[in-house]
Write a protein that binds this ligand. Structure first.
Ligand SMILES: [Zn+2]
Length: 210
């Protein structure tokens, strides 16, 4: 069990978000992972342990990890993708929650636009749900990077992408899933909802030639 007082509210919000995303079909079959930052120095984050269905999480299915993915409290196995959460927290000083979903529309678009290196979204009112975006005329670039089981290598790619494009709100691993973040759990949840909405709009309005 996580015994840290300040994480309990975040964990409750992560559980609620995960259940909602499961219901929407964005984290089926134990996919996805959800975290919040406990402290930056020393680095501590609270994250879903590997292998649990996201529709029915409880507090015991969260573990607290340090910057080397060593377990500080809780029991369970860290997801291999924990490293990517750590990388994002270290790169993004404003991030206090990181979320990762596997949706149908995102998966399809990430493949379709892989050759362009990004899913580009422009001209939709819902873009204003992304932090710092004030107009539907905003052009949002969601970089798409090749998926891999080598998470150390993926971390390096993500580091380069974020350094080159510091204003992005999310990154897509091709045929895999979305990573987004927020200054708190509520903002990260909002970013998942906004991006997944926009992926579905883009997907449904494409003139597909599959
Ligand atoms: Zn994943």
């Amino acid at each position: 069990m996580i015994a840290v007082e300040e994480t309990s509210d975040d964990v409750g919000q992560l559980i609620a978000a995960a259940a909602e995303f499961y219901r929407r079909g964005w984290v089926l079959g134990t996919s996805g992972n959800f975290s919040s930052l406990v402290s930056r120095a020393p680095f501590r984050m609270c994250i879903t342990a590997s292998g649990h269905a996201k529709g029915e999480l409880d507090q015991a299915q969260f573990i607290e990890l340090d910057a080397n993915t060593a377990i500080l409290s809780g029991s369970g196995k860290p997801s291999a993708e924990s490293q990517l959460h750590i990388t994002l927290y270290q790169l993004l000083p404003q991030a206090r929650s990181v979320m990762h979903t596997h949706s149908v529309w995102g998966t399809i678009l990430s493949d379709k636009y892989f050759a362009d290196c990004a899913i580009t979204i422009e001209g939709y009112e819902m873009l204003k749900g992304l932090a710092g975006v004030a107009t539907h005329q905003h052009k949002e670039i969601v970089p798409v990077i090749e998926n891999s089981q080598d998470y150390a290598a993926l971390s390096h790619v993500i580091e380069n992408v974020v350094r080159e494009q510091p204003n992005i709100h999310g990154i897509y691993l091709r045929r895999h899933g979305l990573y987004t973040w927020g200054q708190d759990v509520a903002e990260a949840k909002r970013h998942i909802e906004i991006l997944e909405f926009l992926f579905e709009v883009l997907g449904r309005t494409q003139n597909w030639s599959l």
